[in-house]
Ligand binder design. Structure first.
Ligand code: NAP
Length: 348
């Protein structure tokens, strides 16, 4: 074990249901890493849609307040606990934490570390950790689409969306992507046919582009539009639902919209129409077998990072915001103006 000098972490705390300006900054001495743990120095973390829900108390698996948000990060190992190879020290890794990453330093399980190749910018790598794994798995493990297929991606400018459309294009898939008009030129540059989601006839526009139906629809919006996404599928097509952004501001139980959605998807799967409906969950399978869940995550992130290193996937970093300005980062992500992921970095 490498003995550590006490590390004081700077952390951003979400104290309760607050507006972004209600985030608090604190300093806390970290405990020594226990058996199987390491201390990571954060090189880049980011704002996911999850934090937008968590600050409203609306995340499906809502952590109790107060807590340090931060779904994923890229960081450097600065201390190792007992039973962890001390050679990891100095290495750069990605980790998915769900909470805790909006901090200068944090303790994580060594088993969850995923290598980040040398030479990759940490902010670029960060932008494709959860977003890249989610996009890769939905495309290649859930929908299993390939060259010659046509898909629809809702929110094609978002963190997951902008990664998903690029991975799909790289795999030879034709992509129709919805976004507000300000993002259409960027989508065209990525080889995506854009459709304005503010257009009340959005689904008719998509139908015009793919009159025979599409092979997969990726829908994180849910709500009333989900059925229209389902109806876009051709026979054999797959609906991949992975969120309920439409109900973000609804009052009431945070799990109710998702449970309703599960019921809807299950009902559609009983219909004899050759289509299938899935809910993708990044955490799915973790309880059943943590080791194989982690192995899949690591393998899939490695594929994504290889594409970044090769230039086939360009991480969309919407902005780099210092940790102390996390409130600004959250406001920017919620402004509904950005393309890609708002990344939080240690300092300006
Ligand atoms: N199930 C899983 O395991 C899993 C894993 C990761 C992410 N997710 C989900 O993936 C989604 C995207 O996450 P992200 O981190 O990529 O978020 P993000 O970067 O904030 O992107 C959100 C996207 O959704 C659009 N959007 C937001 N609110 C909307 C609404 N009410 N109606 C229609 N479109 C809306 C945004 O469009 P504008 O920019 O025009 O507002 C943007 O394109 C979230 O719903 C998140 O919960 C699920």
């Amino acid at each position: 074990m490498i003995s550590t000098v006490a590390i004081t972490a700077t952390e951003i705390v979400l104290p309760g249901k607050v507006e972004p300006d209600g985030l608090e900054l604190r300093a806390r001495e970290l405990p020594e890493p226990a058996k199987g743990q390491v201390v990571l120095r954060m090189d880049a973390t980011g704002v996911s849609f999850a934090e937008q829900q968590m600050r409203r108390g609306k995340y499906f698996d809502q952590p109790p307040f107060p807590f340090v948000p931060g779904y994923d990060l890229v960081g450097t190992v600065v201390a190792t606990g007992p039973g962890v190879d001390p050679e990891l020290r100095g290495g750069r890794f990605a980790a998915v934490t769900k909470v805790g990453a909006w901090a200068s330093h944090l303790v994580v399980d060594a088993a969850g570390l995923m290598p980040v190749p040398d030479g990759l910018d940490p902010a670029d790598a960060e932008a494709v950790v959860v977003n890249g794994i989610t996009a890769w798995q939905m495309l290649h493990r859930t929908a299993k689409v390939g060259a010659g297929d046509t898909i629809v991606v809702l929110g094609a400018n978002g963190g997951v969306g902008s990664t998903l459309v690029q991975l799909a294009r790289h795999a030879g898939v034709t992509v129709i992507g919805t976004a507000s008009e300000r993002h259409h030129a960027a989508l065209r540059d990525m080889g995506v046919t854009p459709v304005d989601y503010r257009d009340p006839d959005m689904y008719a526009r998509i139908r015009d582009l793919a009159p025979d139906g599409v092979d997969a629809v990726f829908d994180h919006v849910g709500g009333a539009g989900l059925e229209r996404s389902w109806r876009l599928l051709r026979r054999g097509g797959t609906l991949v639902s992975y969120g309920t952004a439409a109900t973000k501001d609804d009052e009431g139980n945070s799990q109710a919209p998702v449970l309703k959605l599960f019921g809807q998807l299950a009902a559609w799967n009983t219909l004899p129409n050759g289509r299938s409906a899935h809910f993708y969950n990044l955490w799915g399978g973790k309880r059943r077998c943590r080791a194989s869940w982690q192995r899949r995550m690591s393998e899939d992130l490695a594929q994504v990072l290889r594409l970044v290193a090769d230039g086939a996937l360009v991480p969309r970093v919407a902005a780099r915001v210092p940790l102390a300005d996390a409130a600004e980062a959250l406001k920017l992500a919620e402004s509904r103006t950005v393309a890609g992921k708002v990344v939080i970095v240690p300092e300006a």
